[in-house]
Design a protein around this ligand. Structure first.
Ligand code: 5GP
Ligand code: MN
Length: 324
């Protein structure tokens, strides 16, 4: 952490670009917002830049906290002294903003993915951390930054989402210690949890229903595959769709050990999300398809059609899972 701390402290560092990953989740957004407040506390100027839509269950993070998400276009004229990619395992995960990142005088990455490609000048990667939010918490402590309710809410969101509400095996005793300290900042705990977990639109539940209809089980029901094709998306006529959490629903099925979710993301491309229940290293599988992630949660993007992705993945998984 010392290297990144030193970098942030440098007097020449005034304008700081903060980059979450594309198709943002609770960890990347909560961590970026926490880091934003820290940069402000240090008397510097943060710019959080994201061109994607924020999932509806995370929109609350931007209400009344004074943090605005800017687009690449609106910061085209700004020269950044430091760019920090947060919760991004590789450059591809913010490829639409790569020009801004590379234009900055200095670059850094704060992340917890073991597959992180160390693409920045200073890389602070700790794969023991359950969420990147834990690292931002440590950084706030190191700078003696007062933990406001806004920071508490943002970092709690980062941690509670990346640990599946403290159920996944990335959760460690320190995770609970941090969560306890964050809860003491007195943010609106009920509001955050309702917004995150009890806030699914009817459209999303209908979508979930349709995705479940595509369920196929392989290798004695140990591997489940679900898909969301371009045609399904069009037929649902959803003005906005968010698929966050769908893959976890499928993993909840008794006996299922690995879930693969392939969904259309536009421009002929599909995104693949994989989840494991037990000790199976999906990041290795994802790496074969030029992606990455964690052991139990990994993914990649592909220009192949759904059937081709499915076939290749079943072949890769078949090396570990056999019909019995
Ligand atoms: P999700 O399925 O939630 O999008 O991603 C699961 C995990 O895999 C996350 O930690 C995410 O960062 C990682 N991941 C997903 N897609 C990619 C990818 O294309 N490249 C890399 N390096 N990691 C990915
Ligand atoms: Mn994360």
């Amino acid at each position: 952490m010392q290297a990144i701390k030193g970098l942030i402290e440098e007097e020449s560092v005034e304008r700081v670009l903060i980059l979450p990953h594309n198709i943002p989740d609770g960890d990347t957004l909560g961590s970026c917002i926490g880091f934003y407040h820290l940069i402000k506390h240090l008397g510097k100027t943060p710019y959080m830049v994201l061109n994607d839509h924020v999932p509806s269950n995370l929109a609350f993070l931007f209400e009344d906290c004074g943090v605005k998400c800017l687009t690449s276009e609106s910061v085209a004229e700004v020269s950044f002294d430091l760019a920090v990619a947060i919760d991004c395992g590789e450059k591809k995960l913010f490829e639409d903003r790569i020009g801004l990142f590379e234009r900055a005088v200095k670059t850094a990455s704060i992340d917890h993915h073991p597959t992180n490609t160390r693409f920045a000048e200073v890389n602070w990667i700790d794969s023991e951390a359950a969420a990147t939010g834990e690292l931002i918490f440590d950084l706030c402590e190191a700078f003696s930054c007062p933990l406001t309710p806004a920071i508490g809410e943002a970092l709690y969101t980062a941690i509670v989402t990346d640990t599946g509400s403290f159920r996944y095996s990335n959760t460690r005793p320190k995770t609970f210690d941090i969560a306890k300290t964050l809860m003491k900042t007195d943010f609106d705990f009920n509001r955050v949890n309702v917004a995150l977990f009890q806030n699914k639109s009817l459209e999303k539940l209908r979508l979930l229903n349709r995705v479940f209809d595509t369920l196929q089980l392989h290798f004695s029901n140990r591997v489940a595959v679900v898909t969301l094709s371009q045609e399904m998306m069009a037929s649902l006529a959803l003005s906005e769709y968010d698929t966050d959490g769908i893959v976890e629903f499928v993993r909840d099925i008794s006996g299922v050990e690995v879930v693969v979710f392939i969904r259309y993301i536009g421009n002929g491309a599909h995104k693949v999300s994989m989840r494991a229940k037990y000790d199976f290293d999906l990041s290795v599988v994802a790496s074969r398809f030029h992606g990455g992630g964690h052991k139990k949660a990994a993914g990649f993007k592909s220009d192949w059609p759904i059937e081709q992705i499915e076939k290749a993945l079943l072949e890769a998984l078949g090396e570990a899972f056999h019909d019995v």
